[in-house]
Design a protein around this ligand. Sequence first.
Ligand SMILES: Nc1ncnc2c1ncn2[C@@H]1O[C@H](COP(=O)(O)OP(=O)(O)OP(=O)(O)O)[C@@H](O)[C@H]1O
Ligand SMILES: [Mg+2]
Length: 389
Amino acid sequence: MSGTAQLLDPGRTGAQAADLERNLSRLIVGQQEAVREIVNIYQMHLAGLNPPGRPIGNFLFLGPTGTGKTRIVEATAESLVGNPRAVIKIDCGEFQHSHEIAKLIGSPPGYLGHRETHPLLSQEVLDQYHTDAVQISFVLFDEIEKASDALWNLLLGILDKATLTLGDNRRVDFSRAMVFLTSNLGADEMASILNPRVGFGISMDSRRRRVDGKLSAKITRAGVEAARRKFTPEFVNRLDKIVVFKPLGEEELSRILEIELGMVQRRIFSGEDPRRYFVFRLSPAAKRHVLEAGTDMKYGARHLKRAIERLLVQPMSNLIASEQIRGGDLIAVDYDESAGRLCFFREGEGLEFQEMTRIVADQGLPMRCAAVAAQYPSRRARPASSRGS
Ligand SMILES: Nc1ncnc2c1ncn2[C@@H]1O[C@H](COP(=O)(O)OP(=O)(O)OP(=O)(O)O)[C@@H](O)[C@H]1O
Ligand SMILES: [Mg+2]
């Protein structure tokens, strides 16, 4: 042993945890506490220091609808196993009665239909998305306040012992699972802290209101208190972390708009026929219009997504179906103030795929263009009407 002690820096994380943090910060807007907690637990798992015989992490996510509780779980799965759908979702409201619990864990041998039941929570289901590099399962129990007593008992066993016993007595091991529980509990109190007049007639000023430190602490307290009132201490003590998701203000929604526009462009680029790929871009006025139509404190980014579908995706689908938009087009979307709606122009045509990805990258749409471009190196987008020629 050498005589000199070296100061170590526990604030530094490993490269894998840093990657996860970067990816989550790119995909999730404004919920830094949740990002940090997921990264911390993942880092502990990588270091092998998680308490044994328990899931990797037990999280309770509270907060209003449309603020990213489900999205962050999908984004974690996307980042770690490359697939946002690699999340096993259990909607607790659907498992109220004992025959519904049987759908989850299968019925005991001898019961009618025993052989036909495939439990929704078997080991195979849990492990199905594991990759060679990452063997972690992501299990999400939504709306846990609606869970029946029977489901609660199952949940407590999972959270405490990382074990679930199926109807036929087989055991399912959750020690390589991250377990996420979500609830809207306390959301009404949070809304009234933020704006006593939330709902109809909400003013633009209050929509713009930022959730500052003090307000944020008040909202967190409201969420945690609501959880402690509703849930038993034995449940709360099994949680590693309770995170209260904050309502999203206009600034956050405007960043989510950019992410969602990137997703729409990605959808266009993932169609089966590359000859139909085109690229679109919105003017600042067009973005403002979508944002104003989609800003609603009560429904968070859900409302914004609906506005994007209605104002942008629907009209573009019509333009594609009527062959006014063709493969290789550059479509400019602007806001027509006198008509009060978006208008669409063809600004360029016959673009190569590489040129299109460059246009997307120039707009800063976070859609990993490089990855998409690498996927289709030699595909050339040509007008669909020239197909077969
Ligand atoms: N913080 C956020 N960052 C990025 N996107 C978000 C965020 N919040 C919401 N979104 C977008 O809005 C959609 C709906 O959000 P999400 O499903 O995560 O809501 P939720 O908080 O789970 O609501 P609920 O309580 O109703 O289940 C997401 O798919 C995502 O596209
Ligand atoms: Mg959700």
